[in-house]
Structures are given as C-alpha cells and as structure tokens.
Design a protein around this ligand. Structure first.
Ligand code: SF4
Ligand code: SF4
Length: 396
C-alpha cells in the first residue's frame, strides 16, 4: 500500500467503501465475509473506511462498527456522513450524529461529511445551525476532519465552496476517466483545486461499469498490459492526479479486494499516453447525444428549458441508471422538467449537432417516469430508520 499525506497524516491511497458490501442470499450483509475482507485490507495497509447512514438499509454503519472494532482504533480511520439528502422527516443533527456514533461503536469519527450536497438537498445544508452543530462536535474532538460529498453541477458547487469557505477540509466527488467529461469532473476538479480542497474519489469504476469494457476497447488495454484487470486502469488513472488523496472502492467480494490491493501495492500512475488512450475509450463508450453546450437552442425554447443540461442528464442516465439524474431533475421546478417539452422542434432547427432534441426530451421524460422518484425511494428507507430508533440497543 502507498499513502497520501493529509495534514501530516498518512492515509492509504485506497479506501474501503461500504455501500456495496458482500451480501447473503437474502440481500443482508454477509458479515463474516466482510470481516475477513476487513482483516485482509488492514493487513495490507488500508487505513480508511467509509460508511453512511443509508448504505445497506442503514446497516452498513453497524457492520463497520463490528468489523473494525476487532482491530486497534489507531489502525483505521472511519468516515461517516450526515444524511441531509435523504428527505428524512425528523432529521436533526444531534439525533442522527449520536445514533451514528452508537451504530459504529466509536467515540469519534476521523472524517465526517455532509452527504451528497446537491441541487436537491442544498436547502438542508444551507442551515447555518446545522453546520454550527458539526463545528462544535469537531471542537469537542468527536469529528477530526470535516468535509462534504457532492454531485452538484458547477454553479451550485461554486456556491457551496463560497458558503463553506474555510470550514471544509476536503471534498468527495465522482471521478474516473468516463466522468471526466460525462459528469463534468474535469471542471469540478479545477474548481476544487482553486479552492485548495483535496479530492476524495467516489465511484472510481462508475458503479462497476469500468470494470468490463466492450471487447474492442478492452483489447486496446489488454494489448498493453495483458495481465492487468480492466478495473485497474481507472485506479491507475486516478493515481496520476496529485490532487486526489483517497480513492474509495466499494468492494463486494474478496476478489475485488485482492485486485485493488495488487493495484495499490505500489504507486504506478498511467503515463500521459495511457491517459489519452483511456479518455479516447471513454469517448467511444459513452455514446449518447453529442451536445457541445453551445446553447444556440436555448433562446428558442418557449418553455425556457435548460436544454444543454437536459442533454447532459440524458447522456448520464443513458449510460447507467443513476440516482443523481433523478435528484437533479426533481430539484427543478415542475415547469422546467423534460416532461413539459411540447415537441415544437424550434430548438432542433438551431442545433449545429443536428440532435433530435424533442425526441431526447421525450425519451428522458419516459425514463424518469419508469423508475421510482428519489423522494419515494427515500420514504421507503425512512420507514426503516424509524424502526431503528425504536430499538433500545444496537445488537448484531
Ligand atoms: S421541442 Fe421542447 S425543448 Fe425544443 S424548443 Fe420546443 S419545447 Fe423547447
Ligand atoms: S444547440 Fe445542440 S449542441 Fe448546442 S446546446 Fe443546444 S442541444 Fe447542445
């Protein structure tokens, strides 16, 4: 394992994400396998573990507390997050923070993040009293480092950075060679670099989709490194970024852990030529509509829709069903969502890329209508949280 310096501390460049833990046939966390993987990770020098309230129906934190509690506290850092994006009716910083400490069986969190600060959740996070509570916990030594994770688009990210200037120590974003352009990660990294915030990476394999590539693209990588896994390339691409400190990988089985430990056995970043190759592969696989964000179409729209944004969300949704798209659309006022497109075609007549914009709007609206809303998903989960608070004791 190699390490990155963060304020004088040595953090393993590979972090263990716990959103996709091994599960048994009933979908419950396979605790024994997770414990074996935890032991293996710690033995190989991983010292950063990341959990959150909603992962695994609120059971990930408990699983982490049990698995990590079997090791000395100074051998691991634990990150947890405030679930401000979950539409929780009784959300309260103190209530949830205290519960999280109990669930994880710890007296303090090494890292604590405002979870998924985005267009859909920003009103929760604008609450100055909420932040004040967490700053007090930090002063009391119950949080060592404060940060935030975000899927926000650039305008909101700028606002967040201004709002929390000097209060946040790191930022966690979705970053990999596909999202470099698909989710505008390049521009987000630039903003974070300017703000002097080190980057923590989530979804380095884009939800698993960069672990297997179409045959033709995989062959280009295999021709260079026949024995390397396809997934290892995205991690080595991230190793080339000096602003990245911890890269979280949600490992679901011992095989993924072994592959990641091999990749992080020594620092081995991609060369500039290899980086260009990966970015070319990303262009080949992402498909979707070729919107250049020129905005020639925008003034034509009688419904005043943010058409380039919709094209971007369509591409994101098209590649892999993504809750961030649902959250982004639901954050818009109802009159500005793709389903209000009247199909007049005035936008398409202006588009130099000849995109069938009304068709894309209709397809995006249909896709969104075919899946539960983010709010509905949260309400289902929240019923489980209510049950949790009825428990007097957290047991295995
Ligand atoms: S087709 Fe839809 S998106 Fe295009 S201008 Fe008409 S209403 Fe706006
Ligand atoms: S005119 Fe076409 S390429 Fe330009 S922003 Fe609109 S959809 Fe995108």
């Amino acid at each position: 394992m190699f390490y990155k310096d963060f304020k004088g501390e040595k953090l393993s460049a590979l972090g263990f994400g716990t959103m996709r833990l091994p599960v048994d046939g009933g979908g419950r966390i396979d605790q024994k396998t997770f414990e074996r993987m935890t032991d293996e990770a710690i033995d190989h020098g991983v010292n950063y573990f990341d959990t959150a309230w909603p992962y695994h129906g609120s059971m990930s934190e408990i699983a982490c507390g049990i698995a990590l509690g079997r090791h000395p506290r100074d051998r691991w850092n634990l990150a947890d997050k405030y679930p401000g994006h979950q539409h929780i009716p009784d959300l309260d910083p103190q209530k949830y923070f205290e519960a999280q400490l109990r669930k994880c069986k710890v007296d303090y969190f090494d890292f604590y993040l405002m979870h998924n600060v985005c267009e859909n959740s920003i009103d929760v996070y604008r609450d100055a009293d909420m932040l004040e509570y967490f700053i007090r916990q930090k002063e009391a030594g119950r949080i060592r480092h404060l940060g935030f994770s975000t899927h926000a688009d650039l305008p909101l990210l700028k606002e967040i950075l201004k709002m929390w200037e000097g209060q946040m120590e790191f930022c966690q974003i979705q970053l990999n060679y596909l999202d470099w352009t698909l989710q505008n990660a390049r521009a987000k990294c630039r903003l974070l670099d300017e703000a002097g915030l080190p980057i923590w990476v989530m979804e380095p394999v884009h939800g698993g989709s960069l672990a297997t590539l179409p045959e033709e693209q995989a062959a280009r990588l295999k021709a260079i490194r026949p024995d390397a896994s396809i997934a290892s390339w995205t991690f080595r691409w991230l190793q080339a970024r000096p602003d990245v400190v911890v890269t979280l990988s949600g490992m679901s089985d011992p095989g993924q852990l072994a592959d990641n430990l091999a990749t992080y056995g020594k620092e081995d970043p991609v060369s500039p030529e290899e980086s260009d190759l990966l970015l070319d592969i990303a262009e080949k696989i992402k498909g979707g509509v070729p919107c250049t964000k020129c905005r020639y179409c925008v003034e034509e729209c009688p419904m005043e829709l943010d058409i380039p944004r919709m094209m971007h969300l369509y591409n994101d949704f098209n590649y892999a069903t993504n809750y961030t798209v649902k959250m982004a659309v639901e954050a818009l006022p109802e009159g500005q969502r793709p389903d209000v497109c009247v199909g007049c075609g005035r936008c398409a007549a202006m588009c130099p890329q000849k995109i069938d914009i009304p068709g894309v709007m209709s397809a995006l609206a249909d896709k969104l209508a075919s899946v539960p809303t983010w709010k509905a998903e949260c309400e289902e989960r929240n019923a489980g949280y209510a049950a949790f608070f009825k428990e007097t004791e957290i047991t295995r």
